[in-house]
Design a protein around this ligand. Sequence first.
Ligand code: 5GP
Ligand code: MG
Length: 184
Amino acid sequence: MTPLPLGFDAPPETLFDEKAIAVRVKELGAEIAGKRRGSDLTVVSISNGATIFAADLVRAIDLPLRLDSLSARSYDGTESSGEVVFTPHLKLDPRGRNILLVDDILDTGRTLRRVVEYLKDAGAESVETCVMLDKPARRVVGMEADFVGFEIPDVFVVGYGLDYDEYFRNLPYIGTLPGTASIG
Ligand code: 5GP
Ligand code: MG
């Protein structure tokens, strides 16, 4: 059973199935833990999109860590402004912390770059970044993630936290929506 919102009669086409995602998330967790062995880690996920990925990722990181989140979105509707609006309501103080910032997808790069900047300004000791998906073809600002799940071409994807009009976040796999080559 696929959770199809009104107006959709075919489910998204699978790009990465549940199994492939689970395998890759485990690898990412091990990579992160291996690199950071011995150091305290604060994971900050960018909601809503990264919520599901972050939930799986933190359970694959075998390190003492703390989990926090902030909310951000990038207005890109007109192709011009690309302004990133976010509410930095962290519960944990980033000062002096080694932070792993987690997002669902790295697209233009604006969101991640803006939030990294914010965390550094707030006194974080270090900020590393991890994204489930990377669309390098869409980049408009200089930003690369330290850890990437999968690189993908310029297609609009949904599922595993990623939405279309806030739907499809609960889809357990990552898929493409027919007729949405590139939105936002
Ligand atoms: P950036 O600031 O890198 O352009 O934007 C990243 C944000 O744009 C992501 O967190 C996500 O919310 C949204 N986004 C970018 N590409 C896609 C996509 O293919 N599918 C969905 N659902 N959201 C996307
Ligand atoms: Mg997002």
